[in-house]
Ligand binder design. Structure first.
Ligand SMILES: [Mg+2]
Length: 335
């Protein structure tokens, strides 16, 4: 996960132009277990925050500093619009309400008067830690939701919605660059038999291993997705060889290596239909996408009709009259 809880939070930045006060607070915070980074003005503090790979997320900023003061620094930090913003405590000799309002409006989370009292500073840092921890939990939850929205739960591959979104970009790119793309639908043959004979848990493990083999076979920048059931879609760009030979290698590898599950050894085969796009089209991207999916589907039906366990490239004049093989009717129930 991108967000760690306490490790990053325990790092605190103290920005104060008064060297003595800075050192006193540094020792105090170190005594409480914080890792402390110091800066002598706002500019130095801003540089630390924007260049460190893991910048401190708890900031104690003096109001009055040369070059860039605490208020100016607060505004600059908040202008960054991070989804993981730091917690800012502003320290100042001004204790009137107007200054307090100015500090909060500039983006400070809290405000503490000089001279700072240890007991108060520690309590306010405690509030800051709790706030940052809640913020982290929220970020983690959001990341998990975003991940779940784009991925298939069983295999961890991209799901259909995510494929459609990314395919849109790939087609746009091919229209721009003329670099061809290949879209392939890979459908495990007789998958229903696996479920019916050995049960769904075994079927699920076959799907997971099939997905793992896809991840190992295709390149990180190829789109590999579970389209539904035992149907997987791959979109390859920057083709290093003919798409037919790329998918023929994959088909052969699936056939030649049995799927092992405890004491079971299952011979699995896959049928693959491929359609390509060379970037030359006046149609809208959505139409091109639907056309590619439909054409690769027709090629897949042809592969199933011709005995399965084979790769078929879509040919415009050959697949218009293809009939759906019986196994693919009835919600993809292969028998
Ligand atoms: Mg000062």
């Amino acid at each position: 996960m991108k967000f760690n809880l306490l490790i990053e939070i325990m790092k605190v930045l103290i920005a104060d132009d008064d060297k003595v006060l800075r050192m006193l607070m540094e020792r105090q915070l170190q005594g409480w277990g914080f890792e402390v980074i110091t800066a002598q003005d706002g500019e130095e503090a801003f540089k630390i925050l924007t260049t460190e790979s893991e910048p401190p997320r708890m900031l104690i900023l003096d109001w009055e500093m040369p070059n860039l003061d605490g208020i100016g620094l607060c505004r600059k930090i908040r202008a960054l619009e991070s989804n993981d913003p730091p917690y800012i405590v502003l320290v100042t000799a001004h204790s009137d309400q107007e200054h307090l309002a100015t500090a909060l409006q500039a983006g400070a989370n809290d405000y503490i008067s000089k001279p700072t009292k240890a007991v108060e500073l520690r309590a306010r840092l405690g509030v800051g830690l709790r706030t940052l921890e809640l913020q982290n939990r929220l970020n983690i939850a959001n990341e998990m939701l975003a991940y779940k929205a784009e991925h298939d739960e069983l295999t961890g591959l991209q799901n259909r919605a995510s494929l459609i979104e990314h395919l849109d970009n790939e087609i746009e790119r091919t229209k721009r660059t003329g670099e061809p793309l290949a879209l392939a639908i890979c459908d495990i043959d007789f998958f229903k038999r696996v479920n019916d004979t050995y049960g769904h848990p075994v079927g699920d493990r076959v799907l997971k291993e099939f997905a793992e083999r896809m991840k190992d076979t295709f390149r990180p920048y190829d789109l590999v997705s579970r389209y539904g059931g035992e149907e997987f879609v791959v979109c390859c760009t920057s083709l290093e060889s003919e798409p037919e030979s790329i998918f023929e290698r994959f088909r052969g590898a699936i056939e030649s290596t049995p799927f092992l599950d405890k004491d079971l050894s299952l011979g699995i085969t896959v049928s693959i239909g491929i359609a390509t796009f060379d970037g030359i089209s006046t149609m809208a991207t959505k139409e091109i996408m639907l056309g590619l999916i439909s054409d690769s589907d027709k090629a897949l039906y042809a592969a199933k009709n011709s005995g399965r366990n084979q790769v078929v490239m879509y040919q415009p004049n050959q697949h218009t009259e293809c009939e759906q093989p019986e196994e693919m009717l009835n919600d993809g129930q292969i028998c």
